[in-house]
Design a protein. Structure first.
Length: 574
């Protein structure tokens, strides 16, 4: 009897050409095709009374049984095909179980990060039109619905514990688990809300599978490979890696917490060879004493969801060990990597989003890689065309900055209940990613900013991400993290760039004036615009982040809007 849950290569190749496989039925397909479906592959974590990490494994059969239990409850409570149901439960495996149950009924799970503020969540759920809401503790949400008689209320608002305790009875519907048509919607994923109320991105059955087929054959899945998934599992990134791991049968610990204090002990217990995360965890792992023991077996770090920075990446790739044959983002050679290991790991900085369906660009950094600020590499093979466009949708010359646009079958069908917003991102068959970029002569793309974050100065646009790279890489001995934003200039003509910084713990801290002067020198060396001020964040409220860990630059812009034109909050300012 095998002790490995990994699907045989022949099975994985079968998945690559299965015309019915997609985001709505990947568990069922894996259950039916993988002969190792009783071997645990998906692990949850907890801490016992002695403070020791406890890992609990779940096989494909285990997950299918939990899926069916939850589906029974949803069916008994009137959920039917095509209806959106909101799921607002704690991070980890639990939101994925609700996703599996609802999609097996043909319903549409609207996964909501449990860190979303209540008022924002209510606005989002109003927009989605959820027929039901499941939450760990729905008390405050129920009270909010009762307090507003004009607010549309879901048919049911229940605690998640009720579904866990449900004893199924009676059959599931004919045709269960549901087989989606290619273009049917399988989930709604909200944006980070960094620019306001979160958008509701639709994921399609085949669309969300597009581009992931090569992973079935070439994603690292040797008998020793183990994945730690730190992505929010209510986000497309977390769902994408879980889909991949499920079809591969790849041992994966599905994390319910992203903070280093929780992550590092689980890493030591699980010994992952791959870590997938948003940047927030990578920032913590790159701060202070390196997690040498916990990361001893790591050969690959996968980032998406937000910009990773070289100042953090270079510290992480010094950790772990990697097979000598590792090539390309996410991939192993077809003839398998050599057995010998070389010191250090690789960091794949993926540029992607829920709208793109996956990371469509990926820059690989190893200890031997030369620094190349903001390079996100070339498009992956699922991208049929990538371009940099001007405001009128015309392609700009090589080296010119413009709007990043892609053509790919992996792109979202659009935004739920908002066709006008969907059309605003479409230009002549391209999808505008919301990013500002340039392309070089070799076809490499450079990610410079989000369109909403470009700083409009009197002398022209200033891009925040290259400036942040310099602060984190060249002032990294004192700067742990930072955000560069634009605020109104004193003369009233445009904006000027300022930086809000979090300082490294336990170091002799320079004054904001000294740091601004040092940053100015480094920025000048890099050929970038100087900062008008550096502001030192003293507590988390001074460095606000959204539900996925992204810095809320809109809040920083608002907070410091009168820095040069009137009264401003009292912090350390140069």
């Amino acid at each position: 009897m095998t002790t490995s849950p990994i699907a045989p290569l022949a099975v994985r190749r079968q998945f690559m050409t299965d015309p019915a496989l997609g985001a709505g039925n990947f568990l069922q397909k894996a259950l039916e095709a993988n002969p190792n479906n009783t071997v645990p592959y998906a692990f949850t974590h907890s801490t016992d009374h002695r403070g020791q990490v406890v890992l609990r494994g779940h096989s494909l059969c285990d997950l299918a049984a939990l899926r069916d239990r939850y589906a029974h409850w949803y069916r008994a409570n009137g959920v039917r095909r095509g209806e959106p149901v909101a799921v607002l439960v704690r991070e980890g495996l639990e939101p994925l179980l609700h996703f599996l149950a609802l999609t097996a009924l043909g319903a549409v799970p609207a996964l909501v990060n449990d860190a979303m503020p209540e008022t924002t969540a209510l606005r989002y759920l109003d927009h989605v039109g959820a027929v039901g809401l499941v939450a760990d503790d729905p008390t405050r949400l129920v009270a909010a619905y009762r307090a507003d008689a004009n607010r549309r209320r879901p048919r049911f608002v229940v605690p998640a514990a009720e579904i866990k305790a449900y004893e199924p009875s009676g059959p599931l519907p004919d045709g269960y688990p549901y087989q989606h048509a290619d273009d049917e919607i399988v989930a709604l994923i909200h944006s980070s809300g960094t620019t306001g109320t979160p958008k509701s991105t639709m994921l399609g059955h085949r669309q969300f599978w597009a581009g992931k087929e090569p992973r079935m054959e070439r994603f690292p899945a040797s008998p020793d490979d183990r994945l730690m998934s730190l992505m929010p599992h209510t986000h497309a990134g977390g769902l994408s890696y879980f889909l991949t791991a499920t079809l591969l049968g790849l041992p994966t610990v599905v994390m319910g917490d992203w903070r280093r204090a929780v992550v590092e002990p689980v890493m030591e217990a699980f010994r992952p060879t791959m870590v997938a995360s948003f940047p927030r965890t990578f920032v913590e792992l790159a701060t202070g004493e390196p997690p040498t023991r916990a990361a001893a077996k790591v050969h690959s770090w996968f980032n998406t969801g937000d910009s990773a920075h070289y100042g953090h990446i270079r510290r992480l790739v010094r950790l772990g060990e990697r097979p000598a044959g590792l090539i390309k983002p996410w991939l192993l050679p077809r003839d398998h990597a050599a057995d010998e290991a070389v010191p250090g790991s690789q960091f794949i900085d993926g540029l992607g989003s829920s709208e793109m369906g996956m990371a469509l660009f990926g820059q690989v950094t190893t200890p031997e890689t030369a620094r190349d600020d903001r390079c996100v590499g070339k498009p992956t093979e699922v991208v049929t065309a990538a371009a940099v466009l001007d405001a009128d949708g015309r392609e700009v010359p090589v080296g010119t900055v413009g709007l990043l646009a892609v053509k790919t079958p992996s792109r979202t069908p659009g935004y739920w209940n908002d066709p006008e917003l969907t059309r605003s991102f479409e230009v002549d068959g391209y999808w505008l990613t919301g990013d500002v970029a340039r392309r070089d002569e070799e076809g490499n793309f450079y990610h410079l900013d989000r369109t909403v974050d470009v700083i409009d100065t009197e002398d022209g646009p200033v891009y925040s991400l290259p400036a942040e790279e310099v602060l984190l890489a060249d002032c990294g001995d004192v700067v742990q993290d930072c955000a560069v934003v634009g605020v109104p200039a004193e003369n009233g003509r445009g904006q000027v760039p300022i930086a809000v910084v979090r300082m490294q713990p336990g170091v002799a801290e320079p004054s904001a004036t000294e740091l601004c002067a040092r940053a100015g020198k480094e920025l000048a060396t890099a050929g970038l615009a100087p900062l008008a001020a550096v502001i030192v964040a003293r507590d988390p409220a001074d460095f606000p982040t959204g539900v996925t860990g992204k810095v809320l630059k809109r809040e920083l812009r608002t907070r410091w809007a009168t820095l040069f034109t009137g009264a401003a909050p009292a912090l350390s300012i140069s």
